[in-house]
Design a protein around this ligand. Sequence first.
Ligand SMILES: NC(=O)c1ccc[n+]([C@@H]2O[C@H](COP(=O)([O-])OP(=O)(O)OC[C@H]3O[C@@H](n4cnc5c(N)ncnc54)[C@H](OP(=O)(O)O)[C@@H]3O)[C@@H](O)[C@H]2O)c1
Length: 351
Amino acid sequence: MVIDDDCCYKSSTKGETMSVRALVVDPSASASASASASAAVRLAEVPDPVPGPNQVLVDVSHASLNYGDLNDARSGRVPVGAVLGSDAAGVVVRAAADGTGPAVGTRVVALTAGAFAERVAIDVGALAEVPKGLDLAQAVALPVAGVAALRSLRAAGLGPGKRVLVTGASGGVGRFAVQLAARAGAHVIASVGSAARGDGLAETGADEVLIGLEGLQHPVDVVIDSVGGPQLVAAWNLLAPGGSVQSVGWTSGEPAVFPPYATVGPAKSLTSFVIDGDVDADLATLTELAAEGALGVEIGWQGPWHRFDEAAEALRARRISGKAVLEVASGEPHTPVPFPQSQSHDRPGPA
Ligand SMILES: NC(=O)c1ccc[n+]([C@@H]2O[C@H](COP(=O)([O-])OP(=O)(O)OC[C@H]3O[C@@H](n4cnc5c(N)ncnc54)[C@H](OP(=O)(O)O)[C@@H]3O)[C@@H](O)[C@H]2O)c1
């Protein structure tokens, strides 16, 4: 990652910030002598976000890095120069002009494009209030990985006694899927890359922890698959009639080659998965579970965002168990940002 020393300053008048620092996509950044091969991002100054009527302004203190962000930085899905990131947590500094959503001063967590910035404008349907007792560093681990786990399990149709296989169970989506499936009363089989990668999974609800799919003989009803490739094919072969594979991700990067007639037989399904629409209700469910201690948040890497390269490299190299959390803010108090004079919708902060 390139850090341009001249790029990043804040000028401020009466609490109004003119520019904010952000991690932006820059494929050439990895060509720099000071950047690692995995980066393709640069810390830069970007214009202060201008919220729409149904958006709040949030001063971001923490962001979390997802495997998908690494793909986005290189695939063109996030254009060159745009702010990367999906998971942000922080404090509301301006309420939504249309009167919806949280008040100034509320701690929130969000799933939003362009999350890796000091200040972000966020749709009220993309965030949830963070309950007391849950750190923002923990809350920020929940959006992409937690919502993917929750929704893919829901789509597959959970129920007590169902046999659920979670591949990539050591990762962000995987660790949440194991716990949520166990909470629903399923028999959970967690598949990991090595014995060490399985640490802690039995304690959080996995009935079986397997390396790959070694030794798995009995059919399963649900597969939450983050790995793709040959493991997806093997999981399909293990799927019981009526069962469902949710194809959430493809970290293996390998093709899945189905032998002839593998898809012929009693009905079962392979379903593609993507997070879309408002996530506020699911985020609220996840933050409440985490605050109660009913959903553990494992943070395998945490550090300041200028060490992005280190986090990205560790995630790619499968050295992170659970989530990577980037610290964005300096810990300064968040100054409420008034509406421009033509608007007067600011609401008081919580008592
Ligand atoms: N569709 C959606 O809306 C959605 C939402 C969230 C995530 N995703 C996707 O789901 C996948 C998992 O995301 P995540 O955030 O949970 O990632 P993660 O934290 O990096 O976990 C992925 C896991 O995959 C396993 N893996 C197996 N082969 C791998 C390989 N060749 N390279 C890297 N990892 C490998 C690793 O476990 P072992 O080391 O134990 O093998 C790793 O823990 C990604 O493809 C992501 O893009 C999609």
